[in-house]
Design a protein around this ligand. Structure first.
Ligand code: SF4
Ligand code: SF4
Length: 339
């Protein structure tokens, strides 16, 4: 597992803005009052969420979970939150604090705190989300090793190098912070995307050299992997520092492209344009992936033109960037490495 220092370094801009764990721990003195707003919602009674506000005296090394426990136990308030191990092992205590996903057992308290449930999951009550849809999806990804050769018996000889890629995925706590942070899931039913956490679970088998199932096909058919736009929000949110995009989703996309080349059209065209021009060209990308269907949404095309997002003149007459040979060299070297 990555060290806390590494994880903190992942939160972009945090150290530049003096927002490290250490800085936060020294922001308050024992006894200072913390202002806490907690999202309340009971789907059996409430139409929308509302917020309750509390004041909690800061104690040394106070965590978000300590604040919640104080409100429940010392202030005797009845609200729902979930935790189990309290030491960053079980992943059940994840919430959003001041707009970012955190494990409440591991995150320092702050002078002002807005605590909300994770996004992109049904709410059972207050801060407790329903994990059943996520867990059912994992079941559909067949989370067991499927071997071609019979199990040779224990001890199974397997090298560190062979297990290196899968080790990151095995660190996953299933906390669902990454699912909450993923902007593609804001689209709801408009995509069939599972979100990042199920892909990390899938990678626990897919990247294991002993597994022989076609996991690339599952990544497309069950998890909708090509809906991921590689924005890295999940990687930034992961409290244990798993390289969710670079170490998990990109290798899975490569497998998926081999299993379902038709579904990988967007990624393959994207790479081809970069190799040809040295930069992305949105209009060529749209035309080559959607073909004439692109003109079925003329309003959207017009908006993109007005906003300068697409430029047909550049598509037709634009030249490659001056350093194009270096870009092509990167592609060539990557190809040789794979062979
Ligand atoms: S990289 Fe992909 S999975 Fe991760 S947050 Fe962005 S869209 Fe979601
Ligand atoms: S990848 Fe990280 S953020 Fe996502 S579920 Fe696993 S531990 Fe949590």
């Amino acid at each position: 597992m990555s060290s806390t220092a590494t994880v903190n370094a992942r939160r972009l801009g945090q150290s530049e803005s003096g927002d490290s764990s250490k800085a936060r721990l020294h922001r308050m003195k024992v006894g200072d009052l913390i202002r806490v707003r907690i999202s309340r919602f009971d789907p059996t009674k409430d139409q929308t969420a509302y917020y309750d506000e509390y004041e909690v005296p800061y104690s040394k090394m106070m965590r978000v979970l300590d604040v919640l426990n104080f409100i429940a136990e010392d202030l005797e308030q009845d609200f729902a939150y979930r935790w189990f191990c309290g030491v960053k092992k079980c992943g059940t205590c994840a919430v959003r604090m001041n707009g970012r996903e955190v494990l409440s057992c591991w995150e320092s308290a702050e002078p002002e705190m807005l605590i909300e449930p994770l996004r992109h999951a049904p709410i059972i009550r207050d801060l407790v989300i329903d994990r059943a849809p996520y867990e059912n999806l994992i079941g559909r990804l067949m989370p067991w090793l499927e071997r071609k050769d019979a199990y040779a018996g224990w001890p199974e000889r397997i090298s560190h190098r062979d297990m290196e890629d899968v080790t990151n995925a095995l660190d996953c706590l299933s906390c669902m912070c990454c699912v909450s942070a993923c902007p593609v899931l804001d689209l709801g039913d408009e995509t069939n995307f599972s979100g990042p956490a199920p892909l990390v679970q899938l990678a626990q088998m897919a990247l294991d050299p002993r597994d022989n199932m076609d996991r690339g096909a599952l990544a497309v058919d069950v998890a909708g992997i090509f809906n991921c736009v590689s924005c890295y929000k999940c990687e930034e949110a992961c409290p244990v520092g798993i390289p969710v995009v670079s170490g998990i989703i990109e290798p899975l996309k490569a497998m998926a492209a081999l299993s379902r080349p038709g579904a990988a059209r967007h990624s393959l065209v994207f790479a081809d344009i970069i190799q040809k021009r040295g930069r992305i060209d949105p209009s060529e990308l749209i035309l080559r992936t959607q073909g004439l269907f692109a003109f079925a949404h003329l309003g959207r095309v017009f908006r993109l033109l007005v906003l300068g997002k697409i430029n047909l003149a550049r598509t037709l007459f634009g030249k490659p960037i001056s350093l194009i040979e270096k870009v092509r060299d990167i592609f060539e070297r990557t190809r040789k490495t794979k062979i």
